[in-house]
Write a protein that binds this ligand. Structure first.
Ligand SMILES: Cc1cc2nc3c(=O)[nH]c(=O)nc-3n(C[C@H](O)[C@H](O)[C@H](O)COP(=O)(O)OP(=O)(O)OC[C@H]3O[C@@H](n4cnc5c(N)ncnc54)[C@H](O)[C@@H]3O)c2cc1C
Length: 440
């Protein structure tokens, strides 16, 4: 029987602990969590704030008591791992309630500490960030108790977009600012045009190349000189890795503070594994490093680490494809593959098609825009991006599967679509990409 210590009790940490227990009924598993809650659904938080997800219980998936009862895994909230001694196989844990530190030995250590939200240090009681359940409760209660009518959303990454959409759903008038023109960086910038259109259509103000200089009471002073009054501010201005506690250890961090891992999710130190937003790994379809801080990777890693610890050494991580998706009002934006900026590593060509999502004569038809990048020499697909009101997720997921198998752009003509008028066309937009690429 060995002792397995896990750092972090949310997406990666709680999942890896469960997966290990699934295969190993004997070992002692203890999970340390520096904050209040374990195992909540981060991805649900904007939708809970918007009252789209109506029950808080659905967001908070487990308590330490439930986890112990069902899995015999000990989870310790308000216990922060402050240092790791890899020579002695032990961690230093600070018990926030008892205000004292103690040492815990491990046989295996699994790190899933994730990232923290960056703050603009606005020093204002109306300004919040959104990373966990405590943030969510604070925002939710603030909205309930302060008759919030309008809100400023700072930043235009996918979480900011989701929050803006959900605040609007809750009848709060939002405004968006972003410090550059490049919103929703996971997409090709010109494919983000519907984001602006969706805001215009609803009379939602936005300003690009804008920043907050200071907040006085409810007055927000902008770099442009404008001054406006808001009831609530949500800062969505990026994240930083929670790896400060590893800096005194021998665990290797890259120049940004992330942990490089191999295809077993091992760090440079034997018996120390890492997963989730804290790691950097590699792409599956091309030979480039990849940092994909999204939920799928945490769950895939949790399963592979558990298999590794159980001795199933042949189950290895084959890499990321970088699939991502976001809903913004009536539109969906999704992409898979290397990021737009990483395309510069390749000699590539691009092909794009605008086509009805399903048969033109069938109701509720919407234009779909699909763009695929491929290597000029090998014709292998490097990246795909899609925007539209419906059918976006299907096309990106199909292309993700194609890229998983190193498909070329020409293979897309062979994609056999499940066709009936409400769903697609006999020559699906994916086929059309393949046909159009024949001329390139
Ligand atoms: C609002 C929001 C919406 C999201 N939506 C999506 C989505 O739609 N799709 C998607 O794919 N991804 C989404 N994500 C991202 C996804 O939630 C993350 O990729 C995933 O949670 C990463 O898991 P993790 O375990 O690495 O980090 P987390 O889930 O953040 O968990 C890390 C935990 O470790 C704890 N911790 C840190 N340091 C220590 C320490 N020293 N000692 C003890 N505990 C520590 C932290 O307090 C934290 O609770 C969203 C994230 C947020 C915040």
């Amino acid at each position: 029987m060995s002792k397995i210590v896990v750092v972090g009790a949310v997406a990666g940490g709680a999942t890896v602990a469960s997966q290990i227990r699934r295969l190993d009924k004997e070992s002692e598993i203890i999970v340390f969590e520096k904050d209040r809650d374990m195992s909540f659904a981060n991805c649900a938080l904007p939708y809970y704030i918007g009252n789209v997800v109506t029950s808080r219980d659905l967001v908070l998936e487990a308590t330490p008591e439930q986890f112990y009862d069902s899995k015999q895994i000990t989870v310790k909230p308000y216990h922060e791992v402050t240092a790791v001694d890899t020579a002695e196989n032990k961690v230093i844990v600070y018990d926030k309630k008892a205000e004292q530190s103690y040492t815990v030995e491990y046989d295996k250590l699994v790190l899933s500490p994730g990232c923290s939200a960056n703050h603009l240090n606005l020093n204002s009681p109306i300004a919040f960030t959104l990373r966990n359940m405590e943030d969510t409760d604070a925002i939710y209660q603030f909205i309930e108790h302060h008759q919030v009518q309008n809100a400023l959303v700072i930043g235009a990454g996918y979480i900011s977009l989701e929050i803006l959409d959900n605040l609007y759903e809750r009848n709060i008038q939002p405004m968006l600012i972003h410090r550059s023109e490049h919103i929703n960086k996971l997409m090709d910038s010109d494919m983000n045009e519907p984001i602006i259109e969706e805001m215009d259509r609803r009379g939602i103000p936005y300003r690009l190349n804008e920043e907050v200089v200071k907040v006085e009471g409810n007055e927000v002073h902008f770099k442009s000189g404008a001054v406006k009054t808001f009831d609530l501010i949500i800062e969505g201005v990026g994240v930083k890795p929670n790896s400060a506690f590893l800096q005194s250890s021998s665990i290797h961090l890259d120049e940004h503070g992330y942990i490089p891992v191999n295809n077993k999710f091992e760090t440079n130190i034997p018996n120390v594994y890492a997963l989730g937003d804290i790691i950097t790994s590699h792409y599956r379809h091309v030979d480039l490093p990849a940092h994909v801080p999204l939920a799928w990777g945490a769950h895939r890693a949790a399963s592979i680490i558990a298999e590794q610890l159980a001795g199933n050494k042949k189950i290895l991580f084959k890499g990321y494809l970088g699939s991502n998706i976001v809903k913004f009002f009536d539109y969906t934006f999704a992409s898979v593959g290397v990021s737009p900026s990483e395309l510069t590593h390749f000699n590539y060509k691009m092909v794009e098609v605008y086509q009805n999502d399903h048969a033109g004569y069938y109701p509720n038809n919407h234009k779909l825009h699909l763009r695929v990048y491929f290597d000029s020499n090998t014709r292998q697909i490097l990246r795909a991006a899609a925007v539209g009101k419906s059918g976006v997720d299907k096309r990106i997921d199909v292309l993700s599967m194609a890229m998983m198998h190193q498909s070329t752009i020409d293979d897309l003509t062979d994609f056999e679509v499940a066709y009936a008028p409400p769903y697609s066309r006999p020559k699906d937009i994916i086929n059309m990409i393949g046909y159009k690429a024949r001329n390139l």
